[in-house]
Design a protein around this ligand. Structure first.
Ligand code: ATP
Ligand code: MG
Ligand code: FE
Length: 339
């Protein structure tokens, strides 16, 4: 069956189309430039941008796939978590498409979709897998017996999300929003061992993360340089900060694999686009005999294909469609795969 997926949880209006595990279209319109001057996503601006982008983005996806509305067999949509107003636009649109086309609606979890999207690139997810979800709003380690049915939380950040730390440190370094990609690029010119930044919860025996101490340490270090009238070595600070984040992330991910005796690790979410995270994870997985799967960067950041991928998985698993009156749930827990 052909599944149309709609994503509007943050600042990307994403529409994807898949058939089974085959990606047919992935159209994304971002309002990121409208938020950049505020240094963060402005909810009202995002909602309005979704409203304006929805119809053109759906049409662009259909065009990419060479399909018509009448070819669509099911509509999947992000029902949460995310910005309430932004989610509402997507959910309302998806209901309208499902009702208008006479096809079933599937309300899905954005975070589980960050995991499911990998199937479009690397085929069926081994059961069980460990998934590390690292994004702008979340950082979690998950045991995934079956992404269509069951996602178990093993640990998560106790303060900032990994992507949030990237964005805040970028601001301290005078880099544009969203900072993740800019830190990644700046770090390529610097040394990851230039500054020994703290690694929160490194040895605490849990599968939780903490990034706010690191963020504060970077800010203090930069302030001290500035007070001393010395230039801030942006590339070295970016590389050393990035090293601290990915060191902890990969270490904890492999601890999870060991603890649950799982040999397949998937990394998803926007921060999974980070080049150093991808490299270090590969190195450590190879050493530990763990198979690593990371979707290509364009599928790590928010998009509609990931929603279509999870929807397609639900259809294949015979999961009952959602009622047409599902709400948008801004704080949907990661363990709720669909509604
Ligand atoms: P969530 O999925 O938790 O609701 P979100 O949808 O806003 O949050 P994503 O689009 O999944 O987040 O990820 C965006 C985050 O990923 C931002 O914080 C961004 O800085 C970060 N990011 C994107 N590319 C990179 C990169 N190359 N290196 C590090 N971080 C990155
Ligand atoms: Mg975004
Ligand atoms: Fe996301």
């Amino acid at each position: 069956p052909l599944v149309l997926g709609i994503e509007t949880s943050c600042d990307e209006t994403g529409v994807g189309i898949v058939r089974g595990n085959t990606l047919l279209a992935n159209a994304v319109a971002s309002s990121v430039e409208e938020h950049a001057r505020f240094g963060g996503v402005v909810p009202e601006v995002a909602s309005r941008a979704h409203l304006e982008a929805m119809t053109p983005t759906v049409e662009r996806a259909l065009e990419q796939a060479g399909l018509r509305f009448s070819d669509i067999d099911a509509v999947a949509v992000t029902a949460g978590p995310g910005l309430a107003g932004a989610l509402l636009v997507g959910v309302a649109a998806a209901k309208a498409y499902a009702l208008g086309l006479g096809v079933p609606l599937y309300g899905v979890n954005h975070l589980a979709a960050h995991v499911a999207v990998d199937q479009l690139e690397h085929g069926p997810l081994p059961k069980p897998s460990i998934a590390m979800l690292v994004s702008g709003g979340h950082s979690s380690l998950l045991l995934v017996p079956d992404v269509a049915k069951d996602v178990i939380s093993l640990g998560s950040t106790v303060d900032d999300a990994a992507g949030e730390a990237f964005d805040k440190v970028a601001r301290v370094l005078g880099l544009p929003f969203p900072g993740g990609p800019y830190i990644d690029r700046a770090a390529a010119e610097g040394s990851g061992t230039a500054v020994a930044f703290p690694r929160g919860k490194y040895d605490d025996g849990t599968l939780d993360f903490s990034f706010s101490g690191l963020k504060t340490a970077v800010a203090r270090w930069v302030e001290a340089k500035e007070r001393a009238g010395e230039p801030v070595p942006v590339a070295d600070v970016a590389a050393s900060f990035q090293e601290a984040v990915v060191d902890v992330l990969t270490r904890k991910a492999l601890q999870a694999c060991r603890r649950y005796e799982v040999e397949d690790l998937l990394i998803g979410g926007g921060v999974a686009a980070n080049s150093r995270l991808r490299a270090l994870a590969q190195e450590r997985c190879d050493a530990a005999g763990v198979r690593l799967r990371v979707p290509r960067p364009g599928l790590c950041t928010d998009n509609g294909a990931m929603i279509a991928a999870l929807g397609s998985e639900l259809v294949a698993a015979g999961v009952a469609p959602s009622p047409l009156d599902i709400p948008a749930d801004s704080s949907m827990p990661v363990t709720t795969v669909h509604v």
